[in-house]
Design a protein around this ligand. Structure first.
Ligand SMILES: *Cc1c(COP(=O)(O)O)cnc(C)c1O
Length: 361
């Protein structure tokens, strides 16, 4: 068996221990004689998986009884629409910080409904940084301020929590959820497609203050209302059991490693290894993100020419370094170094970068 270092942005690398555990219990889950994808979502065995995943997520985030965890399908992209449908009106629009592709897509959904406003944008600078606090404008009648905490494509991340006064703060944390301790209580609603940092594709975790999700507009379709998921413990209809099971295992793995503080320690070491390789390359590698907006999860950089970039991707793969090609809107390289990427993986990529530069500069 050959495993590579997987730098893909999502679906992305998962802890090997977790994959092995799932493999070992696949054919006979919890003594049921069935796999987790064959058992009833109404069975006791499944219910334990479902509820343990929820409570482990809340525990890792340091959140109490005033928050709940929902499991919803449709990807983070459906949250872009569900949020304005559930919370924004023409009188009380949602305000959006545009810091990359996904936050722009989120804004588009609200705008299509006639309930979205722009709070700030760094589009003119090709999203090389997140807006500063002093650039945010939020009307007092805003329903919420929406940010994307980590911009997966551009490789930038919020390193501060916007101060919004009485206005509720919502965040898309798809690509940095549970990667470091954050004062999550400052947020009224957080969502994350789990296929970046927490599991396989198929489910979105929504962590929200209960008073935001216990009552939705009566006119909304059942599956687009947060209260449908809240009132039925995300079991109104068949949940994506395998994805939730894997997220639960990843949450346990994070707890066993030492929680979010330990994730942050590892993630900053990996990020430093790669940003140092960029900064110490004499200009051969050029980072896309401004230094104080640099993401700990997605490291984006360019090479001197597109030909060298093609060569870099091909030779990296020969060295077992997979998935380093950047997104077409930024070009160049992107190394995604989520929780499950070992420090050795980041070091192997930095060593390769060094070697490649010496032979091609
Ligand atoms: C990948 C990603 C999305 C889109 O997620 P889907 O689950 O594919 O809809 C949204 N936001 C961020 C920050 C992402 O990284």
């Amino acid at each position: 068996m050959k495993r590579v270092y997987n730098f893909n942005p999502g679906p992305a690398t998962l802890p090997l221990e977790v994959l092995k555990e799932a493999q070992a219990e696949f054919l006979d889950f919890d003594g049921s004689g069935m796999s987790i994808i064959e058992i009833s979502h109404r069975s006791k065995s499944y219910e334990n998986v479902h509820n343990a995943a929820k409570s482990d997520i809340l525990e890792l985030m340091g959140l109490g009884n005033d928050y709940d965890v929902l499991f919803i399908q449709g990807g983070a992209s459906l949250q872009f629409a569900m949020i304005p449908m559930n919370f924004a009106t023409k009188k009380n629009p949602g305000f959006y910080v545009l810091s990359g592709t996904f936050s722009s897509n989120a804004y588009k959904e609200a705008k299509n409904l006639g309930v979205g406003e722009i709070s700030a944008s760094t589009k003119e600078e090709n999203f090389c940084r997140v807006p500063r606090q002093d650039e945010l404008s939020i009307n007092s009648d805003a329903a919420y301020l929406h940010i994307c905490n980590n911009n997966t494509i551009y490789g930038t991340e919020f390193h501060y929590i916007p101060e919004t006064g009485k206005i509720p703060l919502f965040a898309d944390m798809s690509s940095d959820m549970l990667s470091r301790p954050v004062d999550f209580k400052k947020f009224s609603l957080i969502y994350a497609g789990v296929q970046k940092n927490l599991g396989p594709a198929g489910v979105v975790i929504v962590v929200a203050r209960k008073n935001f999700i216990e009552k939705s507009l009566e006119t909304l379709p059942t599956m687009l209302r947060y209260d449908t998921f809240y009132n039925k413990n995300s079991l109104y209809n068949t949940p994506p059991a395998f994805s939730i099971y894997m997220v639960g295992k990843v949450a346990k793995w994070i707890k066993n490693c030492g929680g979010l503080a330990e994730m942050a320690r590892r993630n900053s070491i990996k990020a430093k290894i790669l940003y140092d390789a960029i900064d110490n390359s004499g200009g051969f590698y050029r980072g896309h993100a401004e230094k104080d907006s640099r993401s700990l999860m997605n490291v984006t950089f360019r090479l001197p020419s597109e030909d060298l970039e093609k060569k870099f991707v091909a030779e990296a793969l020969e060295n077992n370094l997979s998935g380093v090609k950047g997104h077409r809107s930024v070009g160049g390289m992107r190394a995604s170094i989520y929780n499950a990427m070992p420090i050795d993986g980041a070091q192997a990529l930095a060593d390769f970068m060094d070697k490649f530069r010496k032979t091609n500069a």
